[in-house]
Design a protein around this ligand. Structure first.
Ligand code: ADP
Ligand code: MG
Length: 641
């Protein structure tokens, strides 16, 4: 070691990752080779990109390739590439820290994967996806040396060494190790990792994981990888397995893709695209926020991974590559943004993807539903795409009261097909789940009349329907805004069968008096109290005074405005419900009974809870307990226990 060598500490999060990699992950260690090869390939891509721009690089005639050799006596595996290389600063930065944000979520995932018995696929795909690839070498090595020399400039080669525990050293590379351009990695294998010295084993690993690398991979001088740029090949010549292999290579997913879209387009711009719809869900608004977009190639040269101008965000679920002849090779990544060629490609890809989904929905509705369950959360954001809106709306899916369970889905066209004669609205109820939607008192009248209600489980659904306004002359409308005059047009044969005996004229008058007492008891918690025409099974509900926002929207706004007050609404009671009948009896003999007042407050609290608001939980619990105490005491007395 030269005297310029300095010792550095790994950053805390790097140490945590290394600790898991070296001490917890034992299965599927072979993927470390995939990661080193993929880094070598990235470095070669970068070099080719520089050359494309006409920049001067060291040793321009050196072939672009990856060479792998072994030294059994030293238990040593060597991987070298002729790519861009790294300066000393870059080595400190790239091999000392973890680049990606979201490393908290990642650490959790990784630790979890390490903890599961079969961590094969999980850990492998996590490592690849989160860009901690280099460190995975310590699954198989107890010491690693990296010697690298940048392709641009005169900087000498530097040597990085580490045993993957707490620290690494960085200094000048010894004369004998001075690579001319690129990177050489010496992997000193652990005692139990000698399998990675066997040629047949290495060959197998390279074929499995790295067959689509676009530079030659030479193992002991012989080329191993064979597959060309698949997206440039004619469709008919590619087998399903080849597509699946390429998908796996691209995404590290264990499961084959749900669907494959392979396009070759000549006008208005020339490009080939090979895109996949994964058979797994990813949270593109959370941990995978930046991990979407398509890889952009210009004449087989990788220009940018995960380019986000090639597809709209609501198609973030698409994985794949685009290769065009219509961009110059020397285009800089900065000028890509807002580039007209990319915009045209994006328009074509968007339309083609929509056509593909339309065909799927038409010819294989079950497959489309599978797509929706995986990616609907992302795709439904397409309601914001004004240009393609008319094609996106028919592709939306919802759960509804007419379906058997929470997993079932309906399209808006199917809903319209089931609509009642004369129905002018598509009704919806926002709720966190199907059970909650079913229990929503506002839905009762619809159930009674046999009118279908869409159940919206996510806030974005309601935003979407409000933005869209209508579909095929049917207005989207929240059940809580239902006007009884409109609903009265739809009568069901049995809906008039009374649940309780009708009240006498005297009792009707007495009930009006009860309403006054309810109004007085609840004071300004409510706007007014009235007899409901919408309730069948529930004793009471709250109704917004006008057609303002729905209560689910209101809640979102209150969260946004940090407003925790409770809106004043109309309190509707079900005159035929046993609770109300009991209240009427008490009220007739003892209108000032404190018991009655407590029951009224409880009735209101229950309605408030169903509306999604929690008033005063302490007062509510106190009242419920008091009622229980009294009911219990009466029960004991009546049963003579
Ligand atoms: P990722 O490849 O996702 O960025 P890695 O942990 O695999 O994460 O690599 C970290 C970084 O180290 C790379 O981004 C690259 O800058 C650098 N690096 C690793 N291997 C090489 C190599 N062979 N040549 C040049 N740079 C490399
Ligand atoms: Mg990598």
């Amino acid at each position: 070691m030269s005297d310029t060598t300095a010792t550095h500490q790994f950053r805390a999060e790097t140490r945590k990752v290394l600790n898991i990699l070296t001490h917890s992950l034992y299965t599927n260690r072979e993927i470390f080779l995939r990661e080193l090869i993929s880094n070598a390939s990235d470095a070669l891509d970068k070099l080719r990109f520089l050359q494309g721009k006409g920049e001067a690089v060291r040793d321009p005639d050196l072939p672009l390739e990856i060479a792998i050799t072994v030294d059994k006596t030293q238990r040593l595996l060597i991987i070298r590439d002729t790519g861009v290389g790294m300066s000393r600063e870059e080595m400190a930065e790239n091999l000392g820290t973890i680049a990606h944000s979201g490393s908290e979520a990642f650490l959790r995932d990784l630790a979890e994967a390490a903890g599961t018995a079969d961590n094969k696929d999980t850990a492998g795909s996590i490592i690849g996806r989160f860009g901690i690839g280099f460190y995975s070498v310590f699954m198989a090595a107890d010491k690693v040396e990296v010697i690298s020399r940048p392709a641009v400039g005169d900087a000498p080669a530097s040597l990085w060494t580490s045993d993957g525990e707490g620290e690494f050293t960085l200094g000048d590379a010894p004369e004998a190790d001075a690579v001319t351009r690129g990177t050489l990695i010496r992997v000193f294998l652990k005692e139990d990792a000698t399998e990675f010295l066997e040629k047949y084993r290495l060959e197998d690993i390279i074929r499995t994981h790295s067959n689509f690398i676009s530079f030659p991979i030479l193992l002991e001088g012989e080329r191993v990888n064979t597959t060309p740029a698949l997206w440039r090949e004619p469709k008919f010549s590619i087998s399903k397995e080849q597509y699946a292999d390429f998908y796996k290579f691209l995404t590290y997913d264990a499961k084959p893709p749900l669907d494959t879209l392979h396009l070759s387009v000549d006008a208005p711009v020339q490009f080939n695209a090979l895109m996949f719809i994964p058979d797994v869900t990813r949270d593109y608004f959370g941990a995978y926020r930046d991990h979407w977009g398509l890889d952009l190639y210009v004449r087989r040269v990788l220009i940018q991974r995960e380019n986000k101008d090639l597809v709209p965000e609501y198609m973030a679920f698409l994985k794949g590559v685009v290769d065009t002849e219509d961009l110059p090779l020397n285009i800089s990544r900065e000028t890509l943004q807002g580039n007209l060629v990319l915009r045209k490609i994006a328009q074509t890809l968007t339309r083609q993807t929509l056509s593909h989904l339309e065909r799927m929905a038409e010819s294989d509705p079950e497959a489309y539903k599978a797509f929706w369950r995986l990616h609907g959360k992302v795709f439904k954001l397409g309601y914001n795409d004004f240009v393609n809106r008319d094609r996106i709306v028919p592709l939306l899916r919802f759960n509804s009261s007419a379906l058997d369970d929470a997993d079932a889905l309906t399209s808006l066209d199917e809903y319209i097909g089931r609509a009642k004669e004369g129905q002018k609205e598509i009704w919806y109820a926002a709720a966190p789940g199907r059970e909650a939607a079913r229990l929503n008192p506002h839905v009762e009248v619809f159930r009674r009349k046999g009118i279908e209600v869409l159940y919206l489980f996510e806030p974005v659904d309601e935003f979407a329907l409000e933005t869209l306004g209508s579909y095929k002359e049917f207005a989207f409308k929240a059940v809580e805004h239902a006007d009884s005059a409109v609903l009265d047009k739809f009568r069901n044969a049995d809906e008039d069968t009374p649940k309780s005996a009708p009240l006498s004229d005297d009792d009707l008058t007495a009930f009006d008096a009860l309403l006054k007492t309810i109004g007085k008891t609840l004071g300004d918690h409510i706007k007014e109290v009235r007899v409901s025409r919408r309730l069948a099974d529930s004793p009471a509900c709250l109704v917004a005074p006008d057609e303002g926002v729905t209560s689910s929207m209101d809640k979102i706004m209150r969260v946004l405005h940090k407003d925790d007050s409770i809106p004043q609404k109309i309190f509707e009671v079900n005159r035929d419900h046993p609770i109300l009948r009991t209240l009427l009896r008490i009220h007739k003999t003892d209108p000032d009974s404190p018991q009655l007042a407590e029951m009224i407050r409880n009735l209101f609290d229950a309605a408030l809870l169903l509306d999604g608001y929690v008033g005063d939980p302490y007062a509510l619990a106190g009242r419920v307990n008091k009622l229980l105490e009294e009911a219990g005491a009466w029960y004991v007395e009546v049963r003579k226990l």
